[in-house]
Design a protein around this ligand. Structure first.
Ligand code: EPZ
Length: 418
């Protein structure tokens, strides 16, 4: 069992270059199933979720190799369209292989995905949409037997919630379907645009990505290509926040500024000085951050749910009160206990968390409960007085590549011990 040991109190100084985005790499790897010939993904982060996706690809008969930060996939020899329960359970986004396999082979057996640490993770929107496109889906205990013997047909799909995963699944099912698919109330996250860019390079006809209405005209075949995965905007906010809470300065390179415009103003309201160029962000933080009165998580381009825990951790030391409203997931406050153990003053009631800034946090022994909650504990530990030990760090390794090395490179006193 590994843990992170952090001695807080050092102001971070230095430059961090952003890795590729986990939440783009995963649907892209699923999309490679649709392509004939070889596909290369550059700037792919080395994360446990990415290794799980590569195992799924290998399991269904693809050739999949990861060398450094480049993954090559060849799906020409797919010989199985069943994904074992153990692999499905390893992460939530395994469910997007469903749309890809149905689109490519016309049949697929999957199990309900894992990743329930944020509350129930239903897939009703995914399944309803695929059924509307002609898929037959039968449940046997936790297994889903899916088939589309006559192939999938494009249609108009109105999502009752702009689900990121459901939008991705429909895109992957629609690119080889007969006719046009229109997704109304589609997710608008940058990862959707990255997936659409990749699919267009492979020969797909997609319009409207990044907007609420997405149009996909089915085509006969897709071919492999070389695609550089977009930078990880959530990891970017994480590292900016690590500098902000420690009174440090940081240069974040390899960013796409536009992807972070729904969070940077929050850091500026908190007192950080931010200079931006096309591909880097320079943040100088004040001695003490100011609170930001209210933050509501919303679908993109609103304030992202994935940075809620991270921004909450910096607000625990800000001057004033910040009220958080988590509108995307049912229970995404599981990091609060760990922050309170470190001396934070947080009161949770339903979807609302009220954070009253304190002058000091103190090192404690805490456990990561989920990916971003774990990152929040690391950030708090960087500013806490004394030693913080964080257990269950496999959650953190799902979304951050060698987080301790990245932070140590900016001056943090942090190490991983077994
Ligand atoms: C993606 O999850 C991301 N994961 C999440 O990031 C992110 O928090 C989320 O989008 C929202 O931005 C990946 O991309 C791998 P949703 P996803 O479908 O697709 C409900 C991280 O920390 N819903 O947009 O699962 C659902 O319960 C992870 O990197 C249904 O009700 O998110 C939730 O309340 C965490 N029925 C809301 O929609 C469905 O069929 C948003 O879910 C699907 C979703």
């Amino acid at each position: 069992m590994q843990k992170l040991v952090i001695r807080g109190g050092t102001a971070l100084e230095g430059e961090i270059s952003l890795p590729g985005a986990k939440n783009s790499a995963l649907p892209l790897l699923a999309a490679s199933v649709l392509c004939k010939g070889e596909t290369f993904f550059e700037n792919c982060p080395r994360l446990t979720d990415v290794f799980s996706a590569c195992r799924i690809l290998t399991n269904i008969g693809c050739r999949c190799n990861m060398k450094g930060h480049t993954v090559s996939v060849c799906a020409d020899s797919i010989n199985l369209s069943e994904i074992p329960e153990t692999l499905m359970q390893e992460m939530r986004s395994s469910i997007v292989f469903l749309g890809a396999l149905l689109g490519r082979t016309g049949s697929c057996q999957v199990y309900y995905p894992g990743g329930c640490e944020l509350g129930p993770r239903p897939i009703d929107l995914h399944l309803d949409a695929l059924k509307r496109m002609g898929a037959k889906i039968r449940r046997h205990e936790g297994r889903l037997d899916c088939s589309a013997p006559e192939g999938l047909c494009g249609c108009c799909i109105h999502l009752k919630f702009p689900s990121v995963g459901a939008t991705e699944n429909i895109m992957l099912a629609a690119v080889l379907a007969k006719g046009e698919t229109v997704i109304c109330n589609a997710a608008r996250e940058p990862e959707i645009c990255d997936l659409a860019d990749f699919l267009r390079k492979c020969g797909a006809h997609i319009k409207g990505d990044g907007e609420s209405t997405l149009r996909i005209k089915g085509t006969k075949e897709l071919h492999g290509c070389i695609h550089r995965i977009m930078p990880d905007r959530i990891a970017g906010v994480t590292y900016l926040s690590a500098a902000a809470i420690t009174g440090g300065t940081i240069k974040l390179s390899g960013v796409k500024n536009a992807h972070m415009e729904n969070v940077l103003p929050v850091l500026e309201q908190a007192g950080c000085r931010i200079d931006r160029s096309e591909d880097f962000i320079y943040l100088r933080s004040p001695k003490r951050l100011r609170s930001v009165s209210r933050l509501r998580t919303m679908p993109h381009p609103g304030f992202p749910t994935d940075v809620q825990a991270i921004i909450m951790s910096i607000m625990t030391l800000a001057d004033g009160i910040t009220v958080f409203e988590e509108n995307i997931f049912e229970s995404r406050y599981r990091h609060v206990d760990g922050l309170i153990q470190m001396g934070a003053e947080i009161c949770v009631s339903g979807r609302t968390a009220v954070v009253s800034g304190v002058k000091k946090l103190y090192g404690a022994h805490a456990a990561a409960t989920d990916l971003r909650g774990g990152a929040a504990l690391v950030i708090a530990g960087l500013a806490a007085e004394g030693i913080t030990e964080i257990r269950q760090i496999h959650h953190i390794d799902r979304g951050y590549e060698e987080i301790e090395k990245v932070l140590k490179g900016a001056g943090a006193d942090i190490r991983r011990i077994s």
